[in-house]
Design a protein around this ligand. Structure first.
Ligand code: AMP
Ligand code: ZN
Length: 114
């Protein structure tokens, strides 16, 4: 059995508040939201981080970003704006090593990020 937290969510072995699901991706609300809208979009297949995608993963990458835009629409932040972020490695603060895109919105956000 996979020890990866997000693989366990894909396998429905641990609960999550699902927002969207398709053949390749899953989206669920972040357990510690940093904004009124904070949803994670992940590939169902285990991928550690964005650099582990390569040629041959075009459909998956496209579907991940399309899922992010669907979340923004579903959560009502398409017009007000939102941020899509993927933390990669130590300096970026990645804590879960299963690729995920954060979809954040519902409040103004600062730039540059902290
Ligand atoms: P990162 O720090 O970019 O790797 O993001 C990992 C995110 O996963 C954090 O925002 C956590 O709050 C979130 N997270 C950790 N465990 C869970 C969980 N069981 N369900 C939903 N989100 C989680
Ligand atoms: Zn995984």
């Amino acid at each position: 059995m996979s020890e990866c937290l997000f693989c366990k969510i894909v396998e429905k072995k641990i609960p999550a508040k699902l927002v969207h699901e398709d053949e390749l991706t899953l989206a669920f609300d972040d357990i510690h939201p940093q904004a009124p809208v904070h949803t994670l979009v992940i590939p169902k297949r285990h991928v550690s981080a964005v650099q582990d995608l390569g040629l041959g993963d075009e459909s998956l990458l496209a579907q991940l970003l399309i899922s992010c835009t669907k979340i923004a629409a579903l959560k009502g932040v398409q017009e007000s704006g939102y941020r899509v972020v993927t933390n990669t490695g130590r300096d970026a603060g990645q804590t879960v090593f299963h690729l995920h895109f954060h979809v954040l919105g519902g409040r103004p956000m600062a730039w540059p990020p902290g």
